[in-house]
Design a protein around this ligand. Structure first.
Ligand code: C5P
Length: 224
Protein backbone atom coordinates (compact mmCIF):
# COMPACT_ATOMS: atom_id res chain seq x y z
CA UNK A 1 0.00 0.00 0.00
CA UNK A 2 1.30 3.49 -0.79
CA UNK A 3 1.93 5.81 2.12
CA UNK A 4 -1.38 7.55 2.95
CA UNK A 5 0.24 10.39 4.93
CA UNK A 6 0.12 13.92 3.44
CA UNK A 7 1.96 16.43 5.65
CA UNK A 8 0.64 19.99 5.19
CA UNK A 9 3.61 22.32 4.73
CA UNK A 10 1.84 25.44 5.99
CA UNK A 11 4.33 28.30 6.31
CA UNK A 12 5.17 31.46 4.41
CA UNK A 13 8.88 30.93 5.03
CA UNK A 14 10.15 29.39 1.80
CA UNK A 15 13.24 27.87 3.44
CA UNK A 16 11.11 26.31 6.16
CA UNK A 17 8.76 24.74 3.61
CA UNK A 18 11.69 23.34 1.64
CA UNK A 19 13.36 22.07 4.84
CA UNK A 20 10.16 20.24 5.82
CA UNK A 21 9.77 18.94 2.26
CA UNK A 22 13.28 17.50 2.20
CA UNK A 23 12.92 15.94 5.64
CA UNK A 24 9.43 14.54 5.08
CA UNK A 25 9.55 13.46 1.41
CA UNK A 26 10.46 9.87 2.26
CA UNK A 27 7.92 9.75 5.13
CA UNK A 28 4.93 10.77 3.02
CA UNK A 29 2.80 9.75 0.06
CA UNK A 30 2.46 13.37 -1.06
CA UNK A 31 3.40 16.77 0.32
CA UNK A 32 0.71 19.42 0.60
CA UNK A 33 1.40 22.97 -0.51
CA UNK A 34 -1.55 25.07 0.60
CA UNK A 35 -2.70 28.66 0.41
CA UNK A 36 -0.24 30.17 2.88
CA UNK A 37 2.85 28.89 1.09
CA UNK A 38 1.31 29.38 -2.34
CA UNK A 39 0.33 33.00 -1.72
CA UNK A 40 3.81 33.68 -0.36
CA UNK A 41 5.92 31.89 -2.96
CA UNK A 42 3.60 30.82 -5.73
CA UNK A 43 4.23 28.52 -8.63
CA UNK A 44 7.98 28.10 -8.21
CA UNK A 45 7.49 26.54 -4.80
CA UNK A 46 5.19 23.85 -6.21
CA UNK A 47 7.80 23.08 -8.86
CA UNK A 48 10.56 22.89 -6.23
CA UNK A 49 8.61 20.63 -3.85
CA UNK A 50 7.54 18.41 -6.77
CA UNK A 51 11.20 17.54 -7.32
CA UNK A 52 11.15 15.88 -3.88
CA UNK A 53 7.73 14.17 -3.76
CA UNK A 54 4.33 14.28 -5.46
CA UNK A 55 2.60 17.57 -4.60
CA UNK A 56 -0.94 18.04 -3.36
CA UNK A 57 -1.65 21.63 -4.42
CA UNK A 58 -4.41 22.56 -1.97
CA UNK A 59 -5.51 25.71 -3.77
CA UNK A 60 -9.24 25.24 -3.01
CA UNK A 61 -10.23 26.85 -6.30
CA UNK A 62 -13.73 28.35 -6.31
CA UNK A 63 -14.70 30.67 -9.15
CA UNK A 64 -16.55 30.56 -12.46
CA UNK A 65 -15.82 27.43 -14.53
CA UNK A 66 -13.60 29.17 -17.09
CA UNK A 67 -11.38 30.71 -14.41
CA UNK A 68 -11.09 27.51 -12.40
CA UNK A 69 -10.33 25.51 -15.55
CA UNK A 70 -7.46 27.88 -16.35
CA UNK A 71 -6.05 27.79 -12.83
CA UNK A 72 -6.27 23.97 -12.63
CA UNK A 73 -4.49 23.65 -15.97
CA UNK A 74 -1.70 25.94 -14.81
CA UNK A 75 -1.35 24.10 -11.47
CA UNK A 76 -1.05 20.80 -13.34
CA UNK A 77 1.65 22.31 -15.56
CA UNK A 78 3.68 23.24 -12.46
CA UNK A 79 4.02 19.58 -11.57
CA UNK A 80 1.25 19.13 -8.99
CA UNK A 81 -0.23 15.63 -8.78
CA UNK A 82 -3.42 16.63 -6.98
CA UNK A 83 -5.27 19.94 -6.95
CA UNK A 84 -8.33 20.92 -4.92
CA UNK A 85 -11.46 22.79 -5.92
CA UNK A 86 -14.54 23.56 -3.80
CA UNK A 87 -17.38 21.17 -4.67
CA UNK A 88 -19.84 23.95 -3.79
CA UNK A 89 -18.63 25.76 -6.93
CA UNK A 90 -21.01 23.40 -8.75
CA UNK A 91 -20.88 20.58 -11.26
CA UNK A 92 -19.91 22.75 -14.23
CA UNK A 93 -16.97 24.20 -12.32
CA UNK A 94 -15.70 20.79 -11.14
CA UNK A 95 -16.13 19.37 -14.66
CA UNK A 96 -14.21 22.30 -16.18
CA UNK A 97 -11.31 21.70 -13.75
CA UNK A 98 -11.22 17.94 -14.37
CA UNK A 99 -11.34 18.38 -18.14
CA UNK A 100 -8.66 21.05 -18.25
CA UNK A 101 -6.26 19.10 -15.99
CA UNK A 102 -6.72 15.48 -17.07
CA UNK A 103 -3.29 14.38 -15.83
CA UNK A 104 -3.83 15.42 -12.21
CA UNK A 105 -6.30 14.21 -9.61
CA UNK A 106 -8.85 16.98 -9.10
CA UNK A 107 -10.16 16.63 -5.56
CA UNK A 108 -13.35 18.32 -4.43
CA UNK A 109 -13.44 19.88 -0.96
CA UNK A 110 -16.86 19.39 0.59
CA UNK A 111 -17.24 21.19 3.94
CA UNK A 112 -14.15 22.53 5.73
CA UNK A 113 -13.14 20.44 8.74
CA UNK A 114 -12.83 23.63 10.80
CA UNK A 115 -16.60 24.14 10.69
CA UNK A 116 -18.64 22.74 13.58
CA UNK A 117 -22.40 22.14 13.32
CA UNK A 118 -23.35 25.64 14.53
CA UNK A 119 -20.87 27.30 12.11
CA UNK A 120 -22.39 25.35 9.21
CA UNK A 121 -25.88 26.45 10.25
CA UNK A 122 -24.74 30.06 10.66
CA UNK A 123 -23.64 30.27 7.02
CA UNK A 124 -27.00 28.91 5.92
CA UNK A 125 -25.86 25.46 4.90
CA UNK A 126 -27.33 22.02 5.41
CA UNK A 127 -25.80 19.89 8.22
CA UNK A 128 -22.54 18.21 7.17
CA UNK A 129 -24.05 14.70 7.24
CA UNK A 130 -26.52 15.74 4.54
CA UNK A 131 -24.41 18.23 2.57
CA UNK A 132 -21.13 16.31 2.33
CA UNK A 133 -22.41 13.15 0.58
CA UNK A 134 -24.52 15.29 -1.76
CA UNK A 135 -21.52 17.45 -2.76
CA UNK A 136 -19.33 14.33 -3.05
CA UNK A 137 -21.73 12.62 -5.46
CA UNK A 138 -22.07 15.80 -7.53
CA UNK A 139 -18.29 16.26 -7.75
CA UNK A 140 -17.48 12.67 -8.69
CA UNK A 141 -20.27 12.66 -11.26
CA UNK A 142 -18.64 15.80 -12.71
CA UNK A 143 -15.25 14.08 -13.00
CA UNK A 144 -13.49 14.65 -9.65
CA UNK A 145 -10.98 11.91 -8.82
CA UNK A 146 -11.65 12.23 -5.13
CA UNK A 147 -13.20 14.03 -2.21
CA UNK A 148 -11.90 15.96 0.78
CA UNK A 149 -14.08 15.51 3.87
CA UNK A 150 -13.82 15.02 7.61
CA UNK A 151 -13.40 11.60 9.18
CA UNK A 152 -16.99 11.56 10.40
CA UNK A 153 -18.30 11.64 6.84
CA UNK A 154 -16.08 8.97 5.24
CA UNK A 155 -18.63 6.15 5.26
CA UNK A 156 -21.39 8.38 3.88
CA UNK A 157 -19.07 9.67 1.15
CA UNK A 158 -17.99 6.15 0.21
CA UNK A 159 -21.63 5.11 -0.04
CA UNK A 160 -22.33 8.14 -2.25
CA UNK A 161 -19.37 7.79 -4.65
CA UNK A 162 -18.57 4.07 -4.81
CA UNK A 163 -15.27 2.29 -4.28
CA UNK A 164 -12.92 4.09 -6.68
CA UNK A 165 -12.62 7.79 -5.73
CA UNK A 166 -9.93 8.93 -3.31
CA UNK A 167 -11.09 10.13 0.10
CA UNK A 168 -8.61 12.61 1.58
CA UNK A 169 -9.19 13.51 5.21
CA UNK A 170 -7.79 16.56 7.04
CA UNK A 171 -8.62 17.51 10.62
CA UNK A 172 -6.41 14.67 11.80
CA UNK A 173 -5.09 14.79 15.33
CA UNK A 174 -3.02 12.08 17.00
CA UNK A 175 -4.49 11.11 20.40
CA UNK A 176 -3.75 13.88 22.91
CA UNK A 177 -2.77 16.52 20.30
CA UNK A 178 -4.31 20.01 20.39
CA UNK A 179 -7.31 20.46 18.06
CA UNK A 180 -6.13 24.02 17.15
CA UNK A 181 -8.83 25.52 14.90
CA UNK A 182 -10.10 22.14 13.69
CA UNK A 183 -13.59 21.08 14.80
CA UNK A 184 -14.43 17.74 13.11
CA UNK A 185 -11.31 15.72 14.02
CA UNK A 186 -10.20 12.08 14.30
CA UNK A 187 -7.00 10.18 15.01
CA UNK A 188 -4.94 8.93 12.05
CA UNK A 189 -5.85 5.29 12.74
CA UNK A 190 -9.58 6.05 13.14
CA UNK A 191 -9.69 7.92 9.81
CA UNK A 192 -7.90 5.10 7.98
CA UNK A 193 -10.09 2.45 9.62
CA UNK A 194 -13.17 4.30 8.37
CA UNK A 195 -11.88 4.14 4.81
CA UNK A 196 -9.78 7.22 4.09
CA UNK A 197 -7.32 6.78 1.24
CA UNK A 198 -5.12 9.62 2.57
CA UNK A 199 -4.83 11.66 5.76
CA UNK A 200 -3.65 15.29 5.85
CA UNK A 201 -1.68 16.27 8.96
CA UNK A 202 -0.23 19.74 9.40
CA UNK A 203 0.67 21.26 12.75
CA UNK A 204 0.98 17.98 14.69
CA UNK A 205 3.95 17.29 12.37
CA UNK A 206 5.33 20.71 11.44
CA UNK A 207 5.13 22.18 14.95
CA UNK A 208 6.59 19.07 16.61
CA UNK A 209 10.11 19.33 18.04
CA UNK A 210 11.06 16.57 15.58
CA UNK A 211 8.74 16.57 12.52
CA UNK A 212 10.25 13.39 11.05
CA UNK A 213 9.71 11.50 14.32
CA UNK A 214 6.14 12.84 14.49
CA UNK A 215 5.44 11.64 10.93
CA UNK A 216 6.95 8.22 11.66
CA UNK A 217 4.93 7.84 14.81
CA UNK A 218 1.73 8.59 12.86
CA UNK A 219 2.63 6.02 10.19
CA UNK A 220 3.49 3.48 12.90
CA UNK A 221 0.12 4.09 14.58
CA UNK A 222 -1.56 2.91 11.37
CA UNK A 223 0.13 -0.49 11.54
CA UNK A 224 -0.94 -1.28 15.08
O1 C5P B 1 -2.45 21.88 10.86
P1 C5P B 1 -3.63 21.05 10.39
O2 C5P B 1 -3.39 19.55 10.53
O3 C5P B 1 -4.91 21.49 11.02
O4 C5P B 1 -3.70 21.35 8.84
C1 C5P B 1 -4.73 20.82 8.04
C2 C5P B 1 -4.51 21.23 6.62
O5 C5P B 1 -5.56 20.70 5.84
C3 C5P B 1 -4.48 22.73 6.40
O6 C5P B 1 -3.46 22.97 5.43
C4 C5P B 1 -5.84 23.06 5.81
O7 C5P B 1 -5.77 24.09 4.86
C5 C5P B 1 -6.22 21.74 5.15
N1 C5P B 1 -7.65 21.46 5.03
C6 C5P B 1 -8.50 21.38 6.11
N2 C5P B 1 -9.84 21.13 5.93
C7 C5P B 1 -10.32 20.94 4.70
C8 C5P B 1 -9.47 20.97 3.60
C9 C5P B 1 -8.11 21.24 3.80
O8 C5P B 1 -8.05 21.53 7.25
N3 C5P B 1 -11.61 20.64 4.52
Amino acid sequence: MTNPLIPALDSDDREEVLRWAEALASEAGLLKVGLQAFVAHGPSLITEVAKLAPVFADLKLHDIPNTVAGAARVAAGLGASMVTVHASGGAAMVRAAAQSAPDVDVLAVTVLTSLAADDIQAVGQQPAERQVPQLAALAVEAGAAGIVCSAGEIEAVRAAVGPEPLIVVPGIRPAGAAADDQARTATPAAAMARGASHIVVGRPITQAADPVAAARSITASLRR
